[in-house]
Design a protein around this ligand. Structure first.
Ligand SMILES: Cc1cc2nc3c(=O)[nH]c(=O)nc-3n(C[C@H](O)[C@H](O)[C@H](O)COP(=O)(O)OP(=O)(O)OC[C@H]3O[C@@H](n4cnc5c(N)ncnc54)[C@H](O)[C@@H]3O)c2cc1C
Length: 282
């Protein structure tokens, strides 16, 4: 029989995680239930759904902290997230339909670490840090170091994800998000990405450009970031398009061919910069 625990607080959750590292950690269960019938029953379930200490969205000290247990609906409806972290709000709105968004959590997206996890390129582009905890203490992991391979992460067997910390972008940094799927809504991404672009007038001073669904994990595209630095936005769009193709090796799978993904990725990054130009014109 499967054991079941719904802890009352984080200490109880961490003690259970340390005592039973083989138990299934469950939040909204929107990823876990998909394969439930094809998997052996877990020896135990640690149910974190609505665990209060990890269900929050908080703006303070130049950052927004989002608890692992916050749902995508809570994220997309938070005023500070909408104002300062628009790409995260936009990604949240495109994670499944409303029913999924009301149940699915940030911790679950980061915990599954699927290459098509929609929030993941946003966390990269916005330079997020993850806070994880165990009975041994707390630590922070820069999100760019979190993914170690296909659906594998730096989370230790006795740890739980507590929160994501996202610094507020500076006044001259523009951010953008875009997802391409089979249809406009409720689709699994073929390619998606996010960027944070710091401008001096219409000149790119710095850029973080991240794509998902083109490799075994979400990736920053360093070649694009280097190619656009110091360029005017109009030239940056061309430079970004030229740099992205040789820098990526998209996956070929049931959803798309590698060549289609490459073309979409080129269009996507070019549009990040082109779109900024139109915004700067206004
Ligand atoms: C119909 C449908 C549509 C979907 N559409 C999208 C989509 O468009 N885009 C997208 O990105 N995803 C989509 N998903 C996937 C899923 O909804 C998201 O990945 C979601 O964020 C998972 O959150 P959850 O709380 O349900 O995770 P769960 O299923 O509860 O857990 C997922 C994983 O994370 C781990 N985990 C969860 N919380 C913690 C924690 N605090 N500490 C440690 N580990 C933890 C679990 O152990 C498990 O391994 C869809 C799913 C369904 C069923």
């Amino acid at each position: 029989m499967t054991a079941y625990l719904r802890p009352r607080d984080l200490d109880e959750a961490l003690a259970a995680r340390a005592a039973h590292p083989d138990w299934m950690v469950l939040a909204g269960a929107t990823d876990l239930m998909v394969n439930a019938n094809h998997r052996a029953a877990p020896t135990g379930i640690l149910d974190l759904w609505r665990l209060a200490p990890i269900c929050f969205v908080r703006a303070a000290d130049g950052e927004i902290a989002i608890g692992a247990g916050a749902t995508w609906l809570e994220v997309e409806r938070d005023a500070a997230v909408c104002t300062h972290l628009a790409p995260l709000a936009a990604a949240a709105r495109e994670i499944g339909a409303l029913q999924i968004q009301a149940r699915a959590t940030l911790g679950g997206n980061v915990g599954t670490s699927s290459p098509v996890g929609d929030s993941l390129p946003v966390l990269l582009a916005l330079d997020a840090e993850l806070e994880v905890a165990s009975v041994r203490g707390r630590r922070r992991v820069p999100y760019r170091e979190w993914c170690t391979g296909y659906r594998t992460t730096r989370l230790a067997a006795d740890e739980l994800i507590v929160a994501a910390h996202l610094p507020l972008p500076g006044p001259t940094t523009r951010t953008v998000w875009r997802k391409v799927g089979t249809r406009r809504a409720q689709s699994i991404s073929k390619v998606m990405g996010a960027a944070a672009i710091t401008l001096d007038g219409d000149v790119v001073i710095d850029a973080r450009v991240a794509l998902g669904a083109i490799a075994d994990r979400p990736v920053r595209i360093a070649a694009v970031e280097a190619a656009v630095r110091g360029q005017r936005l109009a030239d940056a769009a061309h430079a970004a398009r030229a740099a992205v193709g040789p820098a990526i090796q998209p996956i070929d799978d049931v959803r798309s061919t590698a060549s289609y993904r490459r073309e979409v990725a080129e269009n996507l990054v070019a549009r990040f910069f082109h779109g900024m130009m139109q915004r700067a014109d206004r």
